[in-house]
Design a protein around this ligand. Sequence first.
Ligand SMILES: *Cc1c(COP(=O)(O)O)cnc(C)c1O
Length: 228
Amino acid sequence: MQQLEAQVKTVEERINQACKRVGRNPKDIKIVTVTKYVTPHRAEQMIHLGYTQLGENRWPDCKDKLAQIQSDVTWHFIGHLQSRKVRDVVKHFHYIHSLDRLSLAKEIQKRVPDHAEPYPCFIQVNVSGEESKFGLQPDELSTFAKEVAQLDRIRVVGLMTMAPYESNPDDTRQVFRGLRLLQEELNQARIFSEPLVELSMGMSNDFEVAIEEGATCLRLGTVLVGKE
Ligand SMILES: *Cc1c(COP(=O)(O)O)cnc(C)c1O
């Protein structure tokens, strides 16, 4: 636990420094603790340290872990999502970060219960154009956004991207900046009734650059909780 606490403190300090460089308030940045590499016990330790937003990327692999963690957690689904898993994911998670196609949006629309609030989603964009990455191409985004805006059971809160792994994290800057500009374009076109405010970007290797470029939601695994 002591080692975990020290690790967490180091990350918090790095976040504070990155915020300072660009005049941002660390309170404006949410941290999704990605628990996919660690045991429920480690996840519980993070919860005790005050980290109650947790992320997983595969269903049903994480099913037992979610069931074991009884604490009040906000669960974020961050991985590629197959339509046939939407029913379960919507039931067990509070956010989806990987909305990347219309068939998936329609499935979410179908699976959110009548009485429920619209389900918060991030649209995933493949800003870097890497073939191995999921997400919409930037030039498909505006058309897609207009279609999703018609679905009343989905509330788009922002955009999400994954940058390629770079040995020099500064090389990811264009990707993060690109996502922020795409978000500004959508907001200027007033495609959604509320402007999008969230940018889910930045992982262990590149979160400081993401903060400098406007991230509001970091998805941190290894650097925060290690790998077990
Ligand atoms: C695993 C994962 C992360 C966290 O990765 P780290 O590099 O360990 O911080 C973030 N986002 C997504 C989509 C992931 O699958």
